[in-house]
Design a binder for this molecule. Sequence first.
Ligand SMILES: [Zn+2]
Length: 116
Amino acid sequence: MELLAHAAVYMLQQTTLIETLRQEDRQAYYVRVGASRTMHSMHLAQPPNGLALAFDLAPTVYLSERAWHPEGELWHVLGEAGEALGLEWGGRWGFRWGFRDMPHFQLRRCACAEGS
Ligand SMILES: [Zn+2]
């Protein structure tokens, strides 16, 4: 429980929220420029409530660095904090999507959500 509290505090205090809900035209733009690989992103409005189930978060100290310092070790600290909270982290997507999406977090899909 203490680990979860530390993970939550880290994610809230040391990071900047970049984006949550995304419109389809914005998603299409990201696919066009290679920033995303799918038009089924969980940033798009999700049923049944039309809410995004994904968000992008970056270590605040990296925002002033070129390309947000993609090799910086804080991405892994952030990713592991999100995973400790039960989130899926795009930093692990190397094999699944052909690229890693370090700022990306999303709720894990589960049968309980699909059945309701
Ligand atoms: Zn994202």
